[in-house]
Structure formats: C-alpha cells, structure tokens
Write a protein that binds this ligand. Structure first.
Ligand code: 5GP
Length: 114
C-alpha cells in the first residue's frame, strides 16, 4: 500500500496542526485551506478510498462519521453550518490516497460544487 503524506502525519514524521485526536481518528488543519475553517479527519486504521468503506465493520465506519460530527461541533461550526467533502478517485479529485473527510466552514458555501 502506498505511503501517503497522511501516513507520515499520523506517524509523527511530518508536523500537522492537530485539532483532535483519540484512539480512532486524527483531525488536523488543511495546509491549503479553502475556507476560514478547513480541517481534515482521518481514521487511524487506514482506508484508502470511500469505496473501501463497504468492506469495513459497520461500527468502524459509524465511529468515523460520529467523530467527524464531533470535531465539527468542537470547531464551533454547528450553528452556522458547514460542509463535509469526501473526494474519491480521478473525477472526485482525490489527491491523497488515504481516506479523509474535509470539514469546511466559516463562510457561505455555494452549490453545486465545482
Ligand atoms: P483531496 O484532494 O485528496 O480530497 O484532499 C487532500 C487535501 O490534503 C488537500 O486539501 C491538501 O491541501 C491537503 N494536504 C496535502 N498535503 C498536506 C500536508 O502535508 N499537510 C496538511 N495539513 N494537509 C495537506
């Protein structure tokens, strides 16, 4: 399996601005923020793409999304709202092959996304 920049962040080999960490996930600020708040959440047990979630335990998948919601809440985004983005593959423009949820907030989003 290809080692990605997120594997290195998780291993502590590359610094990241962490906002949340527990046994299951790590959340850190995106190095190239697309909104006033732009945080990435990754599961510690590696998943490469969204598709792979169908082969994982329901508990593991559910826990990941619960943590995403908790991190967004802790970031103070609940009242005004926020956007969760998960890119998959070429058309989805996934650039890092380690699953991650983008939490984007702090500004008005538009629809449809580009
Ligand atoms: P994707 O396009 O795969 O959905 O998103 C990957 C995200 O990772 C991008 O928003 C990019 O800015 C972010 N990113 C890439 N390299 C690094 C890094 O070294 N540190 C952090 N914090 N974010 C990164």
């Amino acid at each position: 399996m290809e080692e990605t920049i997120f594997d290195k962040i998780l291993a502590g080999d590359i610094p990241a601005d962490k906002v949340f960490e527990d046994d299951h996930v790590l959340a850190f600020r995106d190095v190239n923020p697309r909104a006033p708040v732009h945080v990435l959440v990754i599961p510690k047990k590696k998943v490469v793409t969204f598709t792979e979630l169908k082969d994982r335990e329901t508990e593991e998948v559910g826990l990941f999304f619960q943590r995403v919601a908790e991190v967004a809440e802790q970031l103070g985004l609940d009242e005004e709202g926020y956007r969760i983005v998960m890119n998959k593959g070429k058309h989805g423009q996934q650039t890092v092959h380690y699953i991650h949820a983008h939490i984007l907030g702090g500004r008005q989003m538009s629809w449809p996304p580009g």
